[in-house]
Design a protein around this ligand. Structure first.
Ligand SMILES: [Zn+2]
Length: 1020
């Protein structure tokens, strides 16, 4: 209720702002009649009769139209979308390819000075991305000048925080409103809506549209996921040509990921994110508005629900309310049903594309309009009661049973956008002042909420990962500096004994009374990186480097996405949050160019030594020097005063020049020596690796492929059908990685139902955009029993199968993992959190070079239990802390007494059972060994490599409830005859945010035929 009153109070402010602007007298004659213009066609406006007739024909009800889109203005010089579509935008027969959409935008550019097309980069598959600017002739003529003024507002340091000057600029500058379409490929309506919108903005002479054109620069990227767009059009066309047949799901959208492309705004690992980020930083838009299609009929989820992201300026959350409720108000006035805001989207994670604006002092916005799932056809739709219920925020709900067309969708998208553009035109001065104010408060961050800076030490043992992290910040437009001398600052005192580095981060996260905390001096060497918070983009840096805490008591019981993401933890890099403002006075230099980690060969000799620090470039080095002899040390060693971790490389048989070149390129430090150290070694091999996928879902494994491509590690990409067809998998691969896959264990084996027609996913003239890198004549068959047998034979013959999350469940269910069971805590105990692990067996090659207490990403809190018996595992789970006596007299430590009998003679007491921790195998007893049919031989028992930390240390970032995850195994190596199944309950390679745990996988690959190195076997 509070919220409603608050919202209306804000709405009441709006007319004042508009008034202030029209009376300021400084703006370039904002004619009052324009700003107060009613929406709709101007009396003298010529219209395109045929196009207008089609709009009405394809719209299924008149109330799905608005006065803004129920006609198309005519132009004698500018072509309508029909010029390339052959029909109007939103026709029930046509989804245009990207090249058609771009061709139209470039026709507009040719026909009118009010439109300009900019190339903003290419996709992973080389397709172009564009941004189309539309505004009045006058604004277009001074785009650069306008941009320069926006750049001043965006960086208040550039004008010495001069508020009066900022007001002056705000009064004479046009805001930029950036619209992005169809990031989600089956949400396919936006490109045609945006083609028509560009046309309307360029030619419509109604006062309402002129007001927008004269005062706002509209920037449009009609297609964000271009690779996926062309594929969805392929599938749609295939469907049209094969009526009555079932058609394939869009199993690939982008080259790597599907829906998760809208979770990349933190890591910025995808080209589409990088290109939009660059365009955003270049244009300095006030609004970034991303279009989606899943909710009926228009859900403006800009406002969102709590918890709001903790690093953004409250001015922004007010702007969300003002713009969002105005949107609902105006469209409700038009009589369009089903327009609402608020809803159940929470605004916690900054991973969404639109959030690029939120974390860079702009305004993030998002629409869900109603779509028909990747088809242009008109479809009868039935909505659920929850979708059509009338609630406080949805007073005019969508209709329960309705015929829905692509044109309806295009009407809603364009109407909503025009209403928003009009709002921004009329309130531009206020929004530009806010833009300046938010930028200024970002610069003043050290003085207000803090911190003053983050420091990443030059003494970090993982400088390669550190450089990876700093490059993420650079992509985000964050300025990075480097100390030119040693320095000391005050940091909060760590709780308890001064421990290893890991404590600092944890303490900082926990310390809720930072201001009052005692401090201690902390020194950093010259060359340490300083990320100053007195810069315009301090908020995104803070959001990525800080810790997250989501209370189990939060009223929001449906976290929309991950609850924790702390980048330094995910990257296994040290980062110190410094509130001491003296850090800003440390002599430092701005870093220019990409941060790199210097590497190369030092010294001379034919033996090359590389310390294993788990920097991912080490795996690349192994593959780069493929023919060289790499030995890995099974113990730590020391040469020439340098300490080398267990797992370090000893390289022979490579030319010094080759090693040096590779080491320089990859940022790996190599030390040449005349002799090898005397330490036990085994070969580190460039294993032949396959990444295995199903045809049910490829989203999550896509992040694995991306990581391998990024680090230049070769792999074959195979499907479960390839496994079924390949009897001798060992002849081709050493390691098969099976990342989280679509479907449960049964779905992996069964695939899709075999009834009806085959469903090809294939590059053909009919479907030219389906990738050649993954294809099949029929998506339906799964692994099948032949595939299962082949996979089992692969492992038994010495191959290594890596399973993760649901594929670990698959391994358990189909008998690949003796002695392991999986546990999942109840819902909402863990939701996309970072959890602390502990190393159980540091002799296992899987953890070579890794630091203890690594933070792991956990989707839902999955863990394992282990046992020495086949199928067992329960005992391990409940072994620790379980009650040791039965019900009876006395207290818990007392013996029971049988009435009428003498107390129990001690010789009848069994020997005391040893304490078994939750991560340990319970000991094998005499009873079990009497006829040990189900007792696993010692060398075949599961070997727990990592477990989760104790409860008090478990949570790194995000949500953690209950105590059913702590101490349980999370990474387990299961020997199976000659091979191994390595099982992950965490996802070690995820969204480019967990590169600190990638090496758990790389170690498994490099040591694939020596995974049992260092293992201590049970005596029995
Ligand atoms: Zn979407």
């Amino acid at each position: 209720m509070h919220r409603v009153l608050f919202v209306f109070a804000l709405l009441a402010l709006v007319p004042n702002a508009a008034l202030a602007q029209t009376t300021s007298g400084r703006a370039e004659s904002p004619a009052p009649e324009l700003s107060s213009a009613r929406p709709g066609r101007a009396p003298g406006q010529a219209i395109d009769e045929e196009y207008t007739r089609k709009i009405r024909e394809y719209t299924t009800e008149t109330f799905f139209l608005s006065p803004l889109v129920d006609y198309l203005p005519a132009s004698s010089t500018v072509p309508t979308p029909k010029a390339v579509l052959g029909d109007i935008a939103g026709a029930p027969t046509k989804l245009p390819y990207s090249k058609e959409v771009y061709a139209y935008m470039r026709m507009l550019e040719k026909a009118t000075p009010r439109v300009k097309v900019f190339s903003i980069g290419t996709t992973e598959e080389g397709r172009e991305m564009i941004a189309v600017a539309v505004a009045s002739d006058e604004l277009m003529a001074k785009l650069d000048d306008n941009r320069a003024r926006l750049a001043k507002l965006a960086d208040p340091r550039s004008m010495q925080m001069n508020d009066a000057l900022a007001d002056e600029i705000a009064a004479t500058t046009a805001p930029v409103y950036y619209i992005t379409g169809t990031i989600h490929s089956p949400e396919a309506g936006a490109p045609t809506a945006l083609m028509e919108l560009a046309y309307r903005l360029a030619v419509d002479e109604s006062p309402y549209v002129r007001n927008i054109r004269d005062h706002v620069i509209t920037l449009i990227t009609p297609i964000v996921e271009v690779d996926g767009r062309d594929r969805v059009v392929d599938i749609y066309n295939w469907h049209v040509k094969h009526p009555g047949e079932t058609y394939p799901n869009l199993v690939y959208w982008g080259h790597y990921v599907a829906h998760d492309n809208n979770r990349d705004a933190m890591g910025a690992t995808l080209k589409l994110t990088q290109n939009i980020l660059k365009a955003y930083i270049d244009w300095k838009p006030q609004v970034l508005h991303d279009l989606h299609e899943s909710v009926a009929f228009l859900y403006d989820n800009t406002i969102g629900d709590g918890p709001f992201n903790a690093w953004i300026d409250p001015l922004l959350t007010n702007e969300w309310q003002m713009i969002g409720w105005n949107n609902v108000q105006e469209m409700t006035r038009f009589g369009m049903p089903g327009v609402f805001a608020h809803g159940d989207f929470d605004t916690w994670s900054p991973g969404y594309l639109m959030f690029i604006a939120a974390t860079h002092n702009g305004i993030s916005r998002l629409y869900e309009t109603f779509g028909n799932g990747g088809t242009a056809e008109t479809v009868q739709r039935t909505l659920s009661p929850s979708e059509t219920q009338r609630t406080w925020y949805r007073q005019n709900p969508p209709l329960p049973y309705v015929k829905w067309s692509l044109r309806n969708n295009n009407n809603y998208e364009q109407t909503g956008l025009l209403v928003s553009l009009s709002y921004v035109a009329n309130n531009r001065q206020q929004l530009l002042r806010n833009f300046y104010e938010k930028s200024k408060r970002s610069v003043l961050k050290p003085k207000f909420e803090g911190p003053a800076a983050y420091v990443l030490s030059a003494a970090d043992p993982r400088l390669g990962s550190q450089a990876d992290l700093l490059r993420v910040l650079q992509k985000q437009g964050v300025e990075i500096s480097r100390a030119t001398q040693d320095f000391t600052v005050q940091v909060p005192t760590r709780g308890g004994a001064r421990g290893a580095q890991r404590d600092s981060a944890r303490t900082a996260a926990r310390d809720t009374s930072m201001a009052r905390a005692r401090t201690e001096a902390r020194s950093f060497p010259a060359g340490s990186y300083i990320i100053r918070m007195d810069q315009p983009y301090s908020r995104i840096a803070d959001a990525l480097l800080d810790y997250q805490y989501w209370s189990p008591n939060d009223p929001q019981k449906n976290p929309y996405d991950d609850t924790g993401w702390t980048f330094p933890e995910g990257f296994a890099v040290q980062s110190v949050r410094v509130t001491d403002q003296k850090v800003l006075d440390v002599p430092m230099q701005r870093v220019t160019g990409d941060v790199t980690n210097p590497g190369g060969v030092t010294g001379s000799g034919t033996v090359f030594l590389v310390n294993h620090n788990a920097d991912n470039a080490l795996a690349t080095l192994r593959y780069r020097l493929k023919t060289a002899d790499f030995q890995t040390s099974e113990e730590p060693f020391e040469v020439g005063g340098r300490k080398y971790n267990r797992g370090s490389f000893i390289i022979r048989g490579a030319a010094a020049a080759d090693v040096d070149r590779a080491a320089r390129e990859l940022g790996v430090k190599v030390f040449a020596s005349s002799a090898a150290p005397s330490v036990k070694t085994h070969p580190a091999r460039a294993a032949r690796v396959a990444i295995l996928h199903t045809w049910l879902g490829t989203q999550t494994e896509g992040w694995w492929r991306q990581a391998f491509d990024q680090y230049g590690i070769p792999f074959d990409y195979i499907s479960v059908q390839d496994v079924a067809r390949t009897p001798n998998l060992n002849a081709r691969w050493d390691v098969i990685l099976f990342p989280p896959a679509g479907g449960g264990p049964q779905g992996i084996v069964d695939g899709m139902p075999m009834w009806r027609n085959p469903m090809p996913w294939k590059n053909t003239p009919e479907t030219p955009n389906i990738g050649t890198w993954a294809q099949t004549d029929d998506m339906r068959p799964g692994l099948g029993f032949q595939g299962l047998a082949n996979l089992q034979s692969f492992v038994k013959q010495g191959g290594v199968l890596v399973t993760v999350d649901n594929t670990a469940d698959f391994a358990i269910q189909y008998g690949f993992a003796n002695g392991v069971t999986a546990n999942r805590p109840p819902r909402l105990h863990v939701v996309g959190s970072l959890l602390r692990s502990r190393t159980v067996d540091d002799a296992s090659p899987i953890v070579y070079g890794m630091r203890d207490s690594l933070a792991l990403y956990s989707d839902d809190g999955q863990t394992f239990s282990v046992s020495s018996t086949r199928g067992g595992g329960r005992f391990g789970r409940f072994g620790s802390g379980a009650p040791t006596r039965a019900t009876g007299r006395g207290s818990v430590d007392d013996p029971d007494v049988t009435p009428g009998m003498a107390p129990l003679d001690p010789r009848f007491q069994p020997p005391a059972a040893p304490t078994v921790e939750p991560w340990q195998l319970p000991p094998v007893t005499d009873d079990m060994m009497r006829n040990p049919i189900n007792v696993i031989p010692p060398a075949q028992r599961p070997r727990v490599v990592l477990r989760y930390a104790d409860q008090k240390d478990l949570l790194v970032s995000g949500l953690l409830d209950g105590n059913d995850v702590s101490q349980r195994p999370v990474v387990v190596d299961v020997p199976v005859e000659k091979g191994h199944v390595v099982m992950f309950a965490n996802n070690p390679i995820y969204r480019g945010e967990t590169i600190g745990s990638y090496f758990l996988v790389f170690n498994t690959m490099l040591n694939w035929d020596n995974l049992s190195a260092g293992r201590k076997l049970d005596a029995r």
